[in-house]
Design a protein around this ligand. Structure first.
Ligand code: M6R
Length: 360
């Protein structure tokens, strides 16, 4: 049933190229003019609010960068347990998006109910028959297939895939991108499943590195731009299944506090593809190394070249800048998985956690 894998989590990590390909084919049909998004008109949207919990919230956090950059629509993100009790004002022209693998998370459902009748509501869910899917004005299934492991993996990347398509649709409807640009970005996005397959072939190297990481008591994750939410996701994944204390930070925030934690015992995992922000992240990395911190640099060949001071390198294929977060989810997942295996914890059913949090 686990297709030769020891754990559901491993099976689900490896399913990503196939499920992402299916999801992207579904949503990108004929340059967005066919398929589920063709029926959704986003031209009147003036503001987007995105609400979710845990990993689904980090998917929203990545999508904020995409929607703001591509469609130039301001995006507010919040965790559902805060959003629902904050009772924020909702402006006219708001599109409220609720992201949930299970579609049953109590706080996310309550936040959706709060928004109903005040905003247009859209659900991005894995379970199309779920409460959140049924109660929203429209639902976009992520098509990841059943996710059994408590740690969310393929649901995260499929959420990103669907939200990437929503960002492209918003850009098209707002006349920010013409049909050729939409097609070009769509094609770039469709390369991600193959790039993820390549990244998965590097699993063995990550396994060896993870044995080392499993000795640590604290691990930091850093990223800039859309890699910042990946740092948060990497830390969440690691702590939930390996029970190692981990924190994710925006690279630029390092000197505002967390740098005080750095010494030889603290591995610092840096997600930094060689994009426009790479140089900035390198200077943060140097600050860490100057204090004895052990940097694990996750980047492409271009980014890794010349970084001889780092403690370990993890090579990713080169990805289109915009869509790189889908690819960098894979090392985040594999590092957490193999570190947990090295520690001997129960990766599919970690202590104190439930797959679906239906009570607040
Ligand atoms: O079913 P949901 O997507 O609404 O669940 C949200 C979170 O509970 C979930 O993503 C949780 O953070 C995962 N265990 C993370 O791996």
């Amino acid at each position: 049933e686990k297709g030769g894998h020891k754990h559901w989590m491993s099976k689900e990590i490896h399913e990503q190229p196939a499920v992402l390909d299916a999801s992207l084919s579904h949503y990108l049909a004929d340059g967005l003019t066919e398929g589920p998004l063709s029926e959704i008109d986003l031209s009147g949207v003036r503001r987007v609010v995105m609400v979710a919990c845990g990993t689904a919230y980090y998917a929203c956090h990545v999508a904020k960068y995409w929607i703001e950059q591509l469609a130039r629509i301001p995006v507010e993100i919040d965790v559902a347990s805060e959003y629902r009790y904050r009772e924020p004002p909702i402006e006219d022209g708001t599109l409220a998006i609720f992201v949930s693998q299970s579609g049953e998370t109590a706080d996310t459902l309550a936040a959706l109910r709060y928004c109903k009748n005040q905003a247009r509501t859209l659900a991005v869910v894995n379970v199309p028959t779920s409460s959140i899917a049924r109660e929203a004005d429209a639902a976009l299934p992520i098509l990841a297939g059943a996710e059994i492991g408590v740690a969310s993996t393929k649901a995260f990347t499929c959420q990103l895939a669907v939200l990437a398509c929503v960002a492209l649709k918003a850009a098209a409807d707002k006349n920010r991108l013409g049909p050729e640009q939409i097609t070009a970005e769509g094609e770039a996005l469709r390369r991600l499943p193959a790039l993820i397959s390549t990244a998965l072939r590097g699993e063995h190297d990550l396994e060896a590195l993870s044995r080392n990481l499993s000795e640590a008591t604290d691990i930091l994750f850093l990223g800039r731009g859309a890699m910042y939410p990946l740092a948060l996701e990497g830390a969440l994944k690691l702590k939930e299944i390996s029970y190692i204390h981990a924190e994710g930070y925006a690279s630029g925030e390092l000197k505002h506090g967390p740098i005080a934690l750095i010494d030889e015992s603290v591995p610092v995992i840096v997600f930094a593809p060689s994009d426009a922000l790479f140089g900035k992240t390198v200077s943060n990395m140097q600050e860490v190394m100057a204090r004895g911190g052990r940097v694990v640099l996750v980047s492409d060949r271009e980014g890794l070249a010349g970084q001889s001071e780092v403690w370990a390198k993890v090579e990713m294929p080169h990805a289109p800048d915009l869509w790189a977060p889908l690819l960098y989810a894979v090392p985040a997942q594999l590092l957490a998985y193999h570190t947990a295996i090295a520690k001997g914890t129960d990766v599919d059913q970690p202590r104190n956690l439930a797959k679906s949090v239906t009570v607040e």
